[in-house]
Design a protein around this ligand. Structure first.
Ligand code: AVJ
Length: 321
């Protein structure tokens, strides 16, 4: 059974890689594949870099305002989290909640290593029961909702500005799908990284010691490891590009010369021109007001917003209408 599931996952990775690298025009790879065991560990390091203040701002806001956030939730409430990472930031919310009630916490995470780390990190909290789901976000949330007890509310945590990986339209569509799984009175705590200067953004996504570059290039190494590829890593460099129209930062991997790459398990042979890139991730940035509009467009209303005073980042509490 387990072997079967793993084979399917490899197969999906292979078909997504094939689709992304054979597209006409801009080649691309889905950013969710950045987070294998190595990638998750590298992201953890990124979150400690002085240039990348996003994760620390998120954690600061949760620590400072946890009581106020929790006081605004209808009770009794169960907590679901989309993409829990290592679980450290979530502790503040769970601690504030555990003063009021025993609570269930349902992390939904595609990275098994992150899920295990999160469960371990939070296992000391006596009044919290943890049930993890190794699933895609919406599949996991559907299961959480199916386990819901009568008159129990749900609060969904979607932290760290993961929403920014979607382009704006797809982000609203995604939140609308989350909304459809919820009931009126449920809530969504949404972390959004805010607009900042181009130089600050550029440094955040192309740090001096090259951790973000390693994080990005690990995707090619992962293809080599898992799909029997022959990417020559010395011939691809990390590029962070500001996209002013989209108000996003894009990560690309740029081919340093004309070359051909073979990926056996995807039955694929790909040609790269000199200077051609693979687009691996977008991180959209938001204005504080825009979040209120996004909330309305997806069937929520934004009840409260907290903004960090060191790094422009907002925690937004949305209520399902
Ligand atoms: C975890 C998706 C929020 O977009 O800022 C960090 C990932 N990429 N550095 C982000 C990331 C490059 C991060 N998110």
């Amino acid at each position: 059974m387990l072997v079967h599931a793993i084979e399917n996952a490899a197969c999906e990775f292979a078909s997504d890689v094939r689709a992304g690298l054979t597209r006409p025009g801009q080649k691309e790879l889905p950013s969710k594949y950045l987070y294998d065991e190595v990638g998750s560990a590298l992201f953890e390091v990124i979150s400690h870099l002085p240039e990348y203040g996003l994760t620390r701002a998120d954690a600061r806001l949760l620590q400072r305002h946890a009581d106020e956030i929790v006081a605004r939730l209808d009770t009794p409430v169960a907590v679901a989290e989309l993409g829990c990472g290592n679980g450290k930031k979530t502790r503040w919310i769970l601690e504030a909640l555990s003063g009021r009630q025993h609570a269930f916490y349902y992390p939904v995470e595609i990275s098994r290593s992150a899920l295990v780390a999160c469960e371990r990190e939070l296992s000391d909290m006596d009044s919290i029961s943890i049930v993890g789901f190794e699933r895609e976000y919406l599949d996991g949330l559907l299961e959480v909702a199916a386990h819901r007890q009568r008159n129990q509310h749900l609060v969904v945590l979607f932290l760290g500005s993961t929403i920014g990986n979607f382009d704006r339209l797809a982000g609203v569509k995604f939140l609308a799908e989350v909304r459809r799984i919820l009931e009126p009175g449920d809530s969504l705590l949404l972390g959004t990284d805010l607009e900042k200067s181009e130089s600050q953004l550029h440094k955040a996504y192309d740090d001096d010691i090259g951790v973000t570059a390693a994080f990005n290039r690990n995707l090619l190494a992962r293809i080599n490891r898992e799909l029997d590829g022959d990417f020559d890593l010395s011939q691809f460099v990390h590029v962070a590009r500001i996209n002013p129209e989209a108000r996003s930062v894009e990560m690309h991997l740029q081919s340093q010369r004309r070359q051909t790459v073979h990926i056996s398990a995807a039955d694929l042979r790909v040609e790269f021109q000199e200077g051609e890139t693979i687009w691996t991730e977008s991180s959209h940035k938001y204005s504080p007001n825009e979040v209120f509009q996004i909330a309305r467009d997806s069937g929520f209303s934004c009840q409260a917003q907290w903004i960090d005073d060191e790094w422009p980042f907002a925690e937004n509490l949305l209520m399902a209408e």
